[in-house]
Every structure is written in C-alpha cells, then in structure tokens.
Design a protein. Structure first.
Ligand code: ACO
Length: 371
C-alpha cells in the first residue's frame, strides 16, 4: 500500500483493500480479470447479459434465478420501466443523456426498486432520452428480446443488425464488473449506510460519469476526429502534452500492463469491420501514444485501458458517442447491484478517517488526530 510520510494511505487510496468480495479480481501485474472464477476472455466469448447477471447475482440476490428466468424477468421489467417514461421525459428536457438517466433512476423508490428493475431501466431510459433529444417519441421495449438487442431496437426504427446486437452483449459482459473501481466503491459506501439499492446505484452512476472513470470513451472518438489521419498523430500529441492534457483511454490505477478488456473489445471491433470502423488510425494512434508515455514515464507503465477500444466498439455497434457512458452503465449496473447485495450482507458501515490540518480554536489543544 502507498502511504504518505504521515503514515496515511495515499489520497487516492492506492493499494488499500477496502472490501472483501467473491465477485471479481483484477490482477494489475498480470493484466488479468477474473469474474467468479472465470477469465473475462472466456465470459466475453460465450455469455450474454442475462448469463452474466445469473453469474454475478448467484447466492446474493434472493430468490435464486437461472439465466433463462432472469432473461424473462428483465424483459418484463423493461416494460415496467417504460411505464415511467411519461414521468421522466418531461422532467429530463434540457439535461444531457447521462443527467437524464440519473434523474430517471432516482424516480424509483428504495422500498420497491429492485436490482432487476434498475438493470432493465438503464437501456429503456437511455434509448428514450436519446430519442427525445432527437425530437422523436420512445419505442416500446419488446420483452422477448435480449437486453442488448432490445436496447438497439428501442434506439432507432431500423432493423437491428444481429452482429451489432451480439457485439453489444459482449461489451456489456466485458464491463459488468471490475473489482473496487470508483463507481463500485461508491455503491458499496452508500449500501453500507443501509440507504437502499436505488440510492446506491444512483450514487454509483454519478461516480461513473467523470472522464477519469466512465466518461472517457466519447472523448477518445473526439481525439481520433481531431487527429484526422496518420500524419496528424505527431502534431496532436505534441499539442496535448504541451497543454498538460491527459490522453483518454490510457493509464490505469491498477493495471501495470495492458487492460485485458482492451483486447476483448479490439476483437469486437475487428469482427464488426465496416463503415464507421477506423481501426487502422486507432492502432497507429495507440502505438504513438504508448511510445510517448513510455518515454515520459519510464518508471510508471501507462498502457491502453478499456475505454480506448470501447469507443471504437460502441461506434461500430452504431451508438452515438453521447451514449457511451450510458452504455457503460448498462453493463456495470450488474456489478453495482451484486456488490450492493454483498455489502448489505456484510453489514459493516464504511467510514474511514481523515486527518485535520486546519486551524484550532485559540488556546485549545487538538485532542484527537482523526475524525
Ligand atoms: N495521459 C497522460 N498522462 C497520464 C495519463 C494519461 N492518460 N495517465 C496518467 N498519466 C500521468 C499522470 O498525470 C501522472 O503524472 P505526474 O506524476 O506527472 O503527475 C503519472 O502519469 C502517473 O499517473 P497514475 O498514478 O498512473 O494515474 P492515476 O492512477 O491517478 O489515474 C487514470 C488513473 C485516472 C485512469 C489516469 O491514467 C487517466 O486520467 N487516464 C485518462 C482517462 C481515462 O482513460 N479514464 C478511463 C479509465 S478506465 C475506467 O475507469 C473504466
């Protein structure tokens, strides 16, 4: 664990173990992600969203349900979530899609908003919010569809491309859980106060929104647009470093090597090669950025993280970049809900300490160090 000279955990809590979990393990040295005993590469190739829900919720979410039952429950929960749209859409006018989703999830009550409804609501609300921004009415969910397919079907009137739906399911599985990342930690902190499932998920979504966590993939595409072509890479990089900007899609708190999810998603992009696919430019940009980061930070390995190829995968699936963070939430909500169950079962309030460095009332001696 990194400690400051005063014996404190570092401000970013690097290396601090703040939860015990049997959900997922991130091995930052080996570049390996294990979810409930299975490597992410295996899960991404074979599981869909409902399979992943069954894996993550097993033994935590009462009553036990297998993937087929969860698939059915998610379908009917999407219909229930769509019933909230008349309340949500007028209230969300003028908000960005992620702010609209935050407002939407807040409409549920902690008393009866359960994990299945929350997972179902994310695609329903996202699609309807996006369409409202385009001046279009919502498209009703189809309870018989899989989660990813139904999201694409609710987004546009165009027939859903099977390959794109499969690719989206792979993406949702790939990002479903990832140790104690910032949003999952947030969810566990809120759950530890016994605030309830809905409150904990809303809080997690707020943490996901930031560009240092789930807000990076949209800006990755902005970066590729700005660079334009292979000749544009060098001058763009020089400008970014001169301005002290971080490069979106690179670096990670835990990985000291390549994020394994980057390669899973690169495979998704390659499988979807088509009109919007700019993998050649992306590979050249990636190579140039990695070389530059290695030179600038010889003692701190900074590599490609999940968000770089997320951007390309979601673009190839046909999603607008404004919805990338919401697509991340669509997958990660599974991990949040599983961690919330786990935290609620452990029953221990998460309440670390801080060290006061401000002034003292005159003449008084500080009696305690931490509070
Ligand atoms: N571009 C340029 N410099 C970087 C980058 C980057 N992407 N990442 C880290 N650095 C620099 C830091 O500024 C720091 O420099 P300094 O010592 O001169 O201050 C040095 O490398 C070490 O930084 P770390 O300790 O490795 O960074 P930290 O663990 O605090 O942050 C983070 C991790 C937030 C992911 C960071 O790498 C970053 O900002 N990346 C870009 C945003 C991004 O891709 N976010 C998505 C992350 S994946 C996810 O959450 C799903």
């Amino acid at each position: 664990m990194n400690m400051t000279s005063e014996g404190l955990a570092s401000e970013g809590l690097d290396g601090v173990v703040a939860a015990v979990t049997n959900l997922s393990q991130v091995d930052g040295q080996a570049g390996r992600l294990i979810v409930r005993g299975r490597d992410i590469e295996e899960l991404a190739g074979t599981f869909d969203f409902a399979d992943m829900a069954a894996l993550l919720w097993a033994g935590l979410a009462p009553p036990f349900a297998d993937a087929a039952a969860i698939r059915r429950d998610l379908g009917s929960a999407r219909l229930r979530a769509a019933g909230m749209l008349p309340q949500l859409l007028p209230a969300a006018r003028g908000l960005s899609p992620i702010e609209g989703l935050r407002a939407g999830l807040s409409l549920f009550s902690d008393r009866n908003g359960d994990h299945v409804l929350l997972c179902a609501a994310v695609p329903v609300f996202t699609a309807a919010l996006w369409r409202q921004g385009q001046g279009k009415p919502p498209i009703a969910p189809n309870a018989d569809n899989g989660q990813g397919e139904d999201f694409l079907a609710m987004l546009t009137e165009d027939p859903v491309d099977e390959g794109a739906a499969r690719a989206l399911e792979t993406y949702l599985v790939t990002v479903a859980d990832h140790g104690l990342n910032a949003s999952t930690f947030t969810a566990r902190v809120v759950a530890s106060t016994q605030a309830g499932m809905v409150s904990a998920v809303v809080a997690a979504l707020c943490a996901l929104k930031g560009p240092l966590h789930g807000g990076a993939p949209g800006p990755v595409l902005d970066m590729l647009d700005e660079i334009g072509d292979l000749d544009g890479v060098r001058p763009w990089l020089d400008r970014q470093f001169a301005a002290g900007e971080r490069l979106m899609g690179f670096g990670h708190r835990v990985y000291r090597t390549r994020d394994p999810r980057a390669d899973v998603l690169k495979g998704v992009v390659e499988g979807l090669r088509g009109g919007g696919n700019r993998i050649a430019l992306a590979e050249a940009v990636e190579a140039a950025i990695l070389a530059e980061l290695a030179e600038r930070y010889p003692d701190r390995r900074l590599d490609t993280n999940v968000e770089f190829y997320t951007a390309l995968a979601l673009e190839a699936v046909g999603l607008p970049r404004e919805l990338f963070t919401l697509a991340f939430a669509m997958g990660r909500v599974l991990g949040w809900t599983a961690h919330i169950f786990e935290q609620e079962q452990s029953g221990r309030l998460i309440r670390p300490a801080s060290r006061y460095t401000g002034p003292l009332p005159e003449g008084r001696i500080l009696a305690t160090v931490a509070g």
